[in-house]
Design a protein around this ligand. Structure first.
Ligand code: NAD
Length: 243
């Protein structure tokens, strides 16, 4: 059987049915907070305790959530084909479903890094992410938790608005060159540069997109499945596994 190279680009909608709300669907507020208060360097400077409490809650909440049928379908697909996940999500539900190749464009909720070295490039292997200024967290970060290397305050390893996204150009070029199938799921495709992925993969032979509210303006040439990730993604996966 032919092994496909498959790239799956996901947004917050992938995890919505696991109980992690998207923020665009809740009127631009992220769990009742203005995004600029909890996801920007200015917000961090203004009120670090609010920001730490916010991500502490997100950390605890995602530990209680379980992968949904869409995450599990992606993991099943990875057993047969070469699947790379590029995700805007900071949760780790793809990994918990069994996916091993996950590139988190916006960081991960279970990592912390030193505020002095916040633009540190993201590690390509998550097995080796404990470096000098970054480590895994096992409890919410508190004010006064300091980087063992340089003494800076620890903060979540999340890419906030105005901070650079780790785009890894060379790796992306290789993925674009080799992709047989591209699947976009659960993203409003509004937040750049991540949203540009849909056009970056425009020459991939087979392209799918799953979302209850697809943004048709950016989906020319896609097989659009209007619906929820947990219903539509397993259908696409079943079809790919039967090819
Ligand atoms: P977004 O802009 O990608 O919009 C969410 C999309 O999900 C919308 O298009 C919506 O129609 C779709 N959606 C809603 N329910 C769905 C379902 N059941 N199945 C499939 N699609 C569904 O994402 P956002 O909420 O605006 O968040 C932007 C950024 O905020 C993210 O990129 C991320 O960095 C952060 N965020 C992360 C998480 C997470 O890690 N799970 C959750 C919220 C926000």
């Amino acid at each position: 059987m032919h092994k496909f190279n498959i790239v799956i680009f996901s947004g917050a909608g992938l995890s919505a049915e696991s109980g992690i709300p998207t923020f665009r669907d809740s009127g631009g507020l992220w769990e009742q907070h203005r995004i600029e208060d909890v996801a920007s360097p200015e917000g961090w400077k203004r009120d670090p305790l609010l920001v730490l409490n916010f991500y502490g809650m997100r950390f605890q909440k995602q530990k209680e959530c379980q992968p949904n049928p869409a995450h599990l379908a992606i993991a099943r697909l990875s057993e047969r084909h070469s699947v790379v996940n590029i995700t805007q999500n900071i949760d780790t539900l793809l990994e918990r479903a069994g996916c091993t190749d996950v590139w988190h464009l916006h960081g991960r909720i279970d990592l912390q890094k030193c505020e002095e070295h916040h633009s540190l490039a993201f590690p390509s292997s998550y097995d080796s992410f404990t470096c000098d200024h970054r480590s895994r967290i096992d409890r919410p970060i508190a004010l006064g938790d300091l980087c063992p290397k340089c003494g800076g305050q620890l903060r979540p390893d999340i890419v906030w608005f105005g901070e650079p996204v780790d785009m890894r150009e060379a790796e992306l070029e290789r993925l674009v060159r080799n992709a047989d199938v591209f699947i976009g799921v659960g993203t409003s495709a509004q937040v750049y540069p991540a949203a540009g992925m849909l056009s970056i993969f425009r020459n991939t032979p087979e392209r799918y997109f799953v979302d209850p509210h697809p943004n048709y303006d950016v989906l020319q040439g896609f097989h659009v499945k209007q619906g929820s990730a947990s219903v539509e993604l397993p259908k696409i996966v079943a079809a790919l596994l039967s090819e």
